[in-house]
Design a protein around this ligand. Structure first.
Ligand code: MTE
Length: 311
């Protein structure tokens, strides 16, 4: 296959590197340190070696160009192309996350501390947006549980609240009141400790781009995309269920659980089908799967719950 140089994207590099490593009989871990400037304004961030995913995806990985150019990140505007246009203004240098509340010890970690918590793993996850599109992304990250264990949980820790950065000088969308800033999200503690729940640090074998939530975000593949909060600066363990930004904005449409569920419609549209990013506007929509296809791993968390009530 010959490729025009202008077509070479990080996705090509990702897939070709993988093929090359396979030929050599090595995993991605054999590469040592990868360095990548995620965009013009971003700093050079170093990620340690990434352990190749154990679970192989039978699905086609979404094109990198689609993933970095069409998404939701209201801190930079409500248009799908706004994050790609405006997120470069965010300076992610010196980033820290504070972990507080129902923990044995309040701690503040910088990115180096976070990267030392656990080996960086590749996870190829489907993500389904509540608005009806989906994608398949090779993330790099560590289990969220490794971060929570570092702080140590008290017996009152029943929920986790996540808060994004609030910096209107660089996050221009925060100068409008389209949402109540800063963006917050929440998980029940068993969801947060679940092995599928990832603290995302990279994408396509590289550090996260600013528009995809650099330098650190959540990835919860069985829930609608809005639960996967970007640019996290605070994690608070709580006894009571936290009220997230979207619940506060419109609690009738966006619940706390937000599990992907083709049988429970959004009040304004069906959730039974989805459009895979890259499939083209006129291609047939795909059937949405219960828990976004992760039911065998997570359905037991919700046994006995009425999923129409706890949407
Ligand atoms: N996190 C913050 N801080 N602000 C946002 O507006 N949008 C959410 C989520 N995380 C959002 C956010 C929504 S609606 C989706 S669909 C996912 O991010 C999209 O993740 P992606 O941009 O990597 O596709």
């Amino acid at each position: 296959m010959s490729i025009n140089p202008s077509e070479i994207t990080p996705e090509h590099i990702f897939l070709q590197r993988r093929k090359f490593m396979k030929q050599l009989g090595l995993g991605l871990g054999g590469l040592g340190y990868l360095t990548y400037a995620s965009n013009a304004a971003a700093q050079l961030i170093k990620l340690p070696a990434i352990i190749e995913s154990k679970e192989k995806s039978s699905e086609k990985i979404s094109a990198y160009e689609d993933i970095i150019s069409y998404n939701n990140y209201y801190e930079f505007g409500t248009g799908k192309s706004d994050p790609a246009k405006y997120a470069q203004q965010l300076n992610t240098q010196g980033w820290q996350i504070k972990i507080e509340g129902e923990v044995k010890q309040t701690i503040t970690l910088d990115m180096d501390d976070i990267l030392k918590l656990a080996p960086l793993e590749e996870r190829i996850y489907r993500l389904r947006c509540v608005e009806g599109w989906s994608m398949v992304i090779p993330w790099a990250g560590i289990p969220l549980s490794s971060l929570l264990k570092k702080a140590g949980l008290t017996s009152n820790a029943k929920f986790v609240q996540f808060t994004s950065l609030h910096r209107p000088s660089e996050m221009l969308g925060q100068n409008s009141n389209v949402l109540d800033w800063p963006y917050t999200e929440g998980l029940r503690i068993d969801e947060a400790m679940h092995p599928l729940t990832l603290l995302g640090l990279g994408i396509y074998g590289k550090p996260l781009t600013n528009q995809n939530g650099a330098p650190v975000r959540l990835v919860v593949p069985w829930k609608y995309g809005f639960k996967s909060i970007k640019a996290i600066v605070n994690i608070k363990l709580t006894e009571k269920m936290p009220i997230s930004t979207w619940m506060q904005a419109n609690g009738r449409e966006y619940g706390f659980y937000a599990n992907v569920n083709p049988e429970v419609d959004h009040p304004r549209w069906s959730q039974a089908t989805e459009r895979r990013l890259g499939d083209g506007l006129f291609s047939k929509r795909r059937k949405t799967e219960m828990f976004n296809g992760y039911a065998d791993q997570v359905a037991s968390l919700y046994q006995g719950m009425d999923l129409r009530k706890y949407y």
